[in-house]
Design a protein. Structure first.
Lengths: 292, 559
């Protein structure tokens, strides 16, 4: 919120009223992003509502069709409808992103908490492990894992999740170390609480405060990374309409049929933008909460 | 007193614009400070004393509105002075010394450079050699030993006393006619405080006019010639220090004086009850309810406690062979300066730190050696009151949850928990209305009441209180000390009371331990130790405490 010059500000009641209103209604950009995300959720749940063409239905007579009334976003090299493939593909891309983030948050919170609460040696081991993971470029880590375990969406999810663990674990570790030294934790010790009660009540809730925000931003990032891996042929396999895989497919025909690769790309960009816009807004809201 | 008037203020008003409308902080005060004179402004937090000091240095925040009939310093009219004009006055004509030297000194600049800054700002002592000599002279003048060495050191490398001296040196560097000291000794130990007060007195003797701002009447008593007592932005009383302290004409001044805990107030209430019959009538103190100490029942005993900390290859003896015991219903005080190990002793007693040697026995168990999983079953007997209550509350919790948690830990079933919460809230004078409030919305005194309520809820045998009143204003401190004494009489709880304030300990404790460098140098009944100290350190400590010599005499005469 912009600083209000108290001397030049209009009547006090006016100022107070406006700031209160500003606090309740999010800015237009955030509203647009939210609406878009609601639509995306509907698409994931009921893709059939928005399109009656099957994503895998190939029509060899109508390959490389330009966007038209019939095929809104054109058709690809096998004559499949790009629009409906993008709708059905939302499932894959967003599911991969969400699942990877869920793994990363779960493992990250546990590792961070253990490192933050444990002794010097535990902390040292956990921190070094996180450093090793973070030192790998994410894609390289995924390639290594895929080479060992084999291709497929589950491997992709695990690889992405694992790679994002340090983002969350480091924050939780740092917060835990602050909270464990705080007056109210010490006070809770003197009550004679069980250690696990104490951690659950007074350490965990404070240590994970920033996780929801980080996670929304991380979700956008994971979707992007999943698409990159699929683009490299390491993620979802054809004919799954995963956005990254579609981009990769369309790459060969970009000169004469740009729509095959451009529209999935736009879909990725829009979802990531919307998620991080909402994420940033939540972050501002939650950070200011304690000051109000 | 015919010396020249250095600072003259008439009808000073300061108000702050806030979203809820203007709030007036200072409502028309008059003030004259003469050369070689020390004028003190005394008041509690929110009285407007610091705002007055800021107005006299042109350092009011931007949203403040200044309205004054006369504001003259060294003959300059500064009513509508611009920032540029103020800059010429600050340092050269008015020096400012603030409370916390650690935040007032730049941590990235050596002390000598900091002083040199003031000199160069006012084009004084030009040339490297002249400037260096002047810096060393100034450090010498404020009593900094080894000035060559200290000038090269950073604020973080200096002790609290040296930092404060350094800060005073920066205040004096421009040879100002007026030195404004805002709570210059509040963060310091008593022995260091005594040295700083001597230093201010010496500056006064040199002809500097001093405006001293303080919450502590005793500090003021020894240095100031005149006192202004402020409350809610107004001067409630003004006059010669001796007169104001001996024969206060305002009820509020009387109340402040009565609130100061000393040996003389032992057994009596400190706070003036609401609507008391003319408090000016003299020391008509109300007696506290009597307490019973069961000296045959020991609630906690400590034997041969030792705790060392390793710090850069050096061993710091935080606690060195400390033994004591506390009987049921008794109050044991621990006094000492910062770093004396008193807080470490409290934390060992609470079972938060394991001692390297020695044992703490609670009832029949050697509690210091138990693993926490077993120790926690005994914890209901010992509760803790921390110095800063707010940080001891989980910020997510309401008043009700905060108290209920100490009951939950000892296994009180839910229905009883609820009624007990309301019961203890009533006990500490907060009442059931507070149950759903958040501690952030409470005042400092209310927070400490909540902290006491929480400590007493599980009916402990012993409460460990670490500096429980040192962050409070004197009149709030009086209420909290009265409350503790009342509850102790009613419930028979023993208290381990840790404080740096000798007056507070003398007032509340039965026996006392005097600690220095981790050792107990003297212990015994509080009157014996404080009236007839035998160890040289206790003697020095008691000598350093600024006393209200004048009103004490009046108390004696009235009694």
């Amino acid at each position: 919120m912009a600083t209000v010059d108290l001397l030049t500000a209009p009547a006090p009641s006016d100022t107070a009223g406006r700031t209160a209103a500003a606090r309740r209604i999010p800015p237009v950009g955030v509203l647009v992003a939210l609406t878009f995300l609601v639509l995306v959720v509907l698409v994931i749940a009921f893709p059939g509502l928005f399109s009656n063409a099957g994503p895998l239905y190939a029509d060899p007579l109508h390959v490389f069709q330009k966007p038209s009334g019939q095929h809104w976003l054109g058709t690809d090299q096998l004559g499949r409808d790009v629009y409906s493939r993008i709708l059905y593909g939302a499932r894959y891309s967003i599911f991969i992103g969400a699942a990877a983030t869920a793994i990363a948050v779960t493992v990250g919170v546990v590792v961070g908490l253990v490192a933050g609460l444990g002794g010097k040696i535990t902390d040292e081991i956990a921190t070094r492990l996180l450093d090793v993971i973070a030192a790998f470029p994410g894609i390289l880590l995924a390639i290594v894992l895929i080479t060992i375990v084999g291709r497929g969406i589950p491997t992709l999810i695990v690889a992405l999740g694992l790679w994002s663990v340090p983002r969350y674990a480091r924050i939780v570790r740092a917060e835990t170390q602050v909270v464990r030294e705080s007056g109210f934790v010490e006070q809770a010790v003197t009550f004679g609480l069980r250690r696990r009660t104490l951690i659950a009540r007074h350490v965990l809730p404070h240590a994970v405060r920033s996780i929801p925000i980080l996670a929304t931003m991380g979700l956008g990032y994971s979707i992007l990374a999943a698409s990159s891996l699929s683009f490299l042929g390491l993620g979802a396999q054809p004919p799954s309409p995963e956005w990254g895989a579609m981009l990769s497919d369309g790459r060969n025909y970009v000169d004469n049929a740009w729509w095959i690769s451009v529209f999935p790309g736009i879909a990725i960009v829009l979802v990531v933008l919307a998620v991080s816009t909402v994420g940033r807004y939540l972050q501002r809201r939650l950070e200011n909460r304690d000051l109000v | 007193m015919t010396s020249a008037v250095v600072a003259s203020v008439r009808n000073l008003r300061v108000s702050f614009a806030t979203p809820r409308g203007p709030i007036s902080a200072v409502r028309g005060i008059d003030l004259d400070v003469r050369a070689g004179q020390c004028v003190a402004i005394v008041g509690e937090s929110g009285s407007g004393k610091s705002v007055t000091a800021r107005a006299l240095t042109g350092l009011l925040p931007r949203h403040a509105r200044l309205d004054v009939e006369r504001l003259e310093i060294s003959g300059r009219d500064l009513r509508d002075a611009s920032e540029t004009q103020w800059r010429r006055v600050r340092g050269a004509h008015v020096g400012l010394v603030l409370q916390d030297a650690l935040t007032s000194l730049d941590p990235l600049r050596p002390l000598g450079k900091e002083i040199g800054e003031v000199l160069s700002a006012h084009h004084l002592a030009r040339g490297r050699v002249a400037r260096r000599t002047r810096i060393l002279d100034l450090l010498g003048a404020v009593g900094v030993p080894q000035p060559e060495l200290r000038a090269k050191q950073y604020a973080g490398q200096l002790s609290g006393g040296l930092r404060q001296r350094g800060l005073i040196a920066t205040g004096l560097a421009g040879e100002p006619e007026l030195l404004i000291a805002d709570e210059p000794t509040t963060a310091l130990d008593v022995t260091v405080q005594a040295q700083i007060l001597d230093l201010l007195a010496a500056q006064k003797a040199n002809g500097t006019a001093i405006l001293l701002i303080s919450h502590d009447l005793a500090v003021v008593a020894n240095v100031a010639d005149r006192v202004l007592v402020m409350r809610e932005g107004q001067v409630v009383e003004t006059g010669l220090t001796t007169q104001v302290l001996a024969r206060p004409s305002a009820a509020y001044t009387r109340q402040l004086l009565d609130a100061i805990p000393t040996g003389a107030s032992k057994g009596y209430r400190l706070a003036t009850p609401e609507g008391a019959a003319s408090p000016l009538a003299g020391p008509a103190r109300v007696q506290l309810p009597p307490r019973t100490v069961h000296s045959d029942i020991t609630v906690l005993s400590a034997r041969g406690l030792r705790k060392n900390y390793q710090h850069r290859h050096a061993t710091l003896r935080a606690v060195d062979d400390v033994s004591f015991h506390i009987a049921a219903g008794e109050t044991l005080g621990i006094v000492g300066e910062s770093g004396s190990g008193k807080t470490t002793v409290a934390r060992i007693a609470l079972g938060l730190i394991t001692p390297d040697e020695g044992e703490v026995r609670v009832g029949d168990t050697d509690w210091s050696r138990l693993p926490e999983s077993q120790r926690r079953h005994h914890r209901r007997d010992i509760q803790f009151i921390a110095q800063d209550p707010l940080s001891s509350f989980d910020p997510r919790y309401t008043v009700r949850q905060i108290i209920a948690e100490s009951l939950d830990a000892v296994g009180t079933p839910r229905p009883q928990r609820h009624s007990r919460v309301l019961e203890v809230l009533e006990l500490v004078g907060l009442g059931a209305d507070y149950a759903n409030r958040h501690p952030r919305s409470l005042s400092g005194g209310q927070r400490q009441r909540l902290s006491i309520a929480r400590a007493l809820a599980p009916r402990p045998k012993l409460v460990v209180a670490d500096e429980p009143v040192s962050a409070l204003d004197v009149s709030v401190q009086a209420q909290i000390l009265d409350l503790l004494a009342e509850l102790q009489a009613e419930l028979g709880t023993a208290i381990l009371f840790i404080s740096h304030d000798l007056g507070v300990v003398h007032h509340i404790a039965d026996r006392v331990l005097v600690m220095q460098h981790g050792r107990v140098v003297e212990q015994g009944p509080v009157d014996d130790v404080f009236y007839r100290p035998s160890h040289p350190y206790s003697q020095q400590l008691l000598r350093s405490v600024p006393t209200l010599t004048v009103p004490d005499a009046a108390h004696a005469a009235g009694a």
